[in-house]
Ligand binder design. Structure first.
Ligand code: PNS
Length: 165
């Protein structure tokens, strides 16, 4: 498995500017990045955007970056990491409130596959409280989401959650 390839997993419903920042910063450390888009969120329930839509929005958001591939997956993350030849899982970490869930996932993944490491990149202050849910909440009430998501995503979010605006 490659030391130069990292995998960045998530639901990305939809991708935010915070995600893009983590992808760019990870790309500056690794030659190849696989952004792994999970079919369904961890806690079940539905997503606002289909898997195909989430993949396409990520493709548009990262189109200027070389060495970044967007791939859907519906297996254990460690199995998918192995399939794409990545030994490193990279996740963004925002406020302290993220820590417990991320720590748990990292422990579980380590228990499943101990030669795959999880590494964390801290969110920059601008994005420390930004989440896909917050973006959707703002958009649903007709608030501005400029800057919180890439432009292509902004259009898609407004069309889906606040049509006619
Ligand atoms: O965007 P999220 O909610 O942080 O993403 C969570 C995700 C998709 C990374 C996580 O749910 C996941 O890895 N799912 C794949 C199934 C799996 O491997 N579960 C065991 C480890 S938690």
């Amino acid at each position: 498995m490659s030391e130069t390839r990292a995998i960045i997993p998530g639901t990305f419903d939809p991708v935010t500017s915070g995600h893009v920042d983590i992808i760019e910063r990870t790309r500056s450390l690794y030659d190849e990045i696989v952004v792994a888009v999970a079919l369904s969120p961890e806690k079940g329930g539905g997503t606002t955007f289909t898997l195909d839509e989430r993949v396409r929005l990520l493709e548009r958001a990262t189109e200027k970056l070389s060495g970044v591939e967007i791939r859907p997956f519906d297996t254990l993350l460690v199995d998918f990491a192995r399939e794409v030849g990545a030994r490193v899982i990279v996740k963004g970490l925002r406020a302290v409130s993220d820590f417990e869930r991320e720590f748990q996932m990292a422990q579980l993944n380590h228990g499943l596959e101990d030669d795959i490491e999880t590494m964390f990149i801290m969110a920059i202050p601008d994005y420390a409280y930004l989440s896909s849910s917050a973006v959707k909440e703002i958009a649903r009430h007709g608030g501005p989401v400029e800057g919180l998501v890439p432009e292509a995503v902004r259009t898609a979010v407004v069309e889906r959650l606040h049509p006619g605006r």
